[in-house]
Design a protein around this ligand. Sequence first.
Ligand SMILES: [Fe+2]
Length: 270
Amino acid sequence: MNASEIRTLKSWLAGYIAGFAASDEELKRALRLKRVHTARVCITIRRLGKALGLPENDLQLVEAAALLHDIGRFPQFARYGTFRDKDSTDHGRLGLRVINRHGLLSGVTPVERRHLARAVAFHNAARLPRLADTNSLFLLKLLRDADKLDIWRLVIGHHRHRGRMPKVVNQFEYSGNGRCSPEVMSAITSGQVVPIEAVRSVCDATLLYISWVFDLNFAPSFCETLKGGYLERLAATAPPAPEIRCTLQTARDHARRRSAAAKGLAKLSV
Ligand SMILES: [Fe+2]
């Protein structure tokens, strides 16, 4: 993957997204949000990659993964009118179909193509899949970290500027009594990501976002989490609850421990 291939992909993607222009204001905002999210994940992944000491050709590969990771969001929305995978289709898998249909990776090496395809297909998987190829796994982990960091920023930004996030972007359905659910608390106390199906209240949704810290992979991602104060700012988006205070402490301790992990080149260079 080189700089000119990235430029070609970027301009193709811009045209592709423009083809999904929505008539309704709310939908326009939803599509714009995904476009901006993609651009920000590109910046974030490069920053994380640099912190890990990746060489320039690897940085281009990780940027390509970020550029393509949510390509499935646009046809998903056009076809189903929602970003909820459970009510429509898995947008990671759909993204891979878009990539294949348009031959977007026909110019890259088979090895790069394999890494990118896996990264796009599994970036949104509830759990990290078992991949025997350590480089594919590395790229996937880095993409998942960059994606989460930017979604945190979006959630926090939405809370600070109420109403800026289009309603259609909300992934949750609230049916509970507004309190934190026991299932959510038990996932958190065992250091696991809260399953989306368990979310029944705003408190649960906040805890789900905070629990993503248990799914981050690299020291620079934990450093950004702490430096940006994301965990505290996420906690502040929900009404005060003892469960959130206690979770915040666990999550922060985890991030501190992992941010201090030895740095160094984890892998890649294809
Ligand atoms: Fe996604």
